[in-house]
Design a protein around this ligand. Structure first.
Ligand code: ZN
Length: 235
């Protein structure tokens, strides 16, 4: 479910439990709203004002923090800029239960049920974009690997997450956030080099960072860029 805050939809989960008052907290994927068991819908509508104030304070103290909870609205003719390609979404509502999508020239045709839940539609759009760009990102990673680490990669997966830009296991499985595809190439390249270096050095030791520096001398600039701008990029 979601909570509307101004014109934004914030991903939330409401939990009824044995407690005296309501409690709000920021989880990894959603805002958790814990309410006493005996609260009725009427009580709940009363606390939404409190929740709005709490959310606004959270955003004020940490600008961009709420972005991770936003359920982006996708509508017809939305333009998505991804891996330097501008794609126009063409969303067609029809009598169906699932979402399917494919690329046609410079547009992405999405077939969705009528009045789909915004998170369901968002997931469908992201699933389609993952499918379209899987090969491109794989090619990019292999080509960067070839020019740098030459490590052995077992798999490359795109994830719909906000918690990190990428991760790498000791068995050579590389996970990259789909948000990475929205970043300027140079920054994305740094993140990829960073993950590839983890094929050699699993932790963030001094040895790791000097390996990163060897293949990406400007890495500090990109780290800073990500901290300052990264939160603005999400799907
Ligand atoms: Zn790392």
């Amino acid at each position: 479910m979601y909570i509307s805050l101004k014109d934004k939809k914030i991903r939330a989960k409401v939990q009824k439990e044995f407690r005296l008052t309501e409690r709000f907290s920021a989880g990894r994927k959603f805002i958790l709203v814990q309410i006493p068991l005996w609260y009725t819908n009427k009580d709940f509508s009363k606390i939404t004002r409190k929740l709005d104030v709490w959310l606004e304070k959270l955003e004020k103290n940490n600008p961009g923090f709420l972005n991770r909870y936003i359920i982006k609205d996708y509508f017809n003719e939305n333009i998505v800029e991804i891996m330097n390609e501008k794609l126009v979404l063409s969303i067609k509502e029809e009598e169906r239960k699932t979402i399917s999508g494919k690329k046609m020239g410079d547009s992405v045709l999405i077939k969705a049920p009528f009045n789909a839940d915004p998170e369901f539609l968002r997931k469908g759009v992201i699933g389609t974009l993952k499918k379209i760009f899987k090969l491109n990102i794989e090619e990019e990673v292999y080509s960067i690997n070839n020019d740098t680490i030459r490590g052995s990669i077992k798999s490359i997966k795109l994830k719909d997450n906000f918690s990190n830009w990428g991760s790498c296991s000791n068995t050579g499985n590389i996970n990259l956030s789909i948000r990475l595809l929205l970043l300027p190439f140079e920054v994305r390249k740094y993140v990829i080099i960073h993950e590839l270096c983890h094929l050699v050095e699993l932790n963030h030791s001094r040895k790791f960072w000097s390996l990163v520096e060897k293949h990406c001398p400007d890495y500090r600039r990109y780290e800073k860029w990500l901290k300052l701008n990264g939160y603005k990029y999400y799907l």
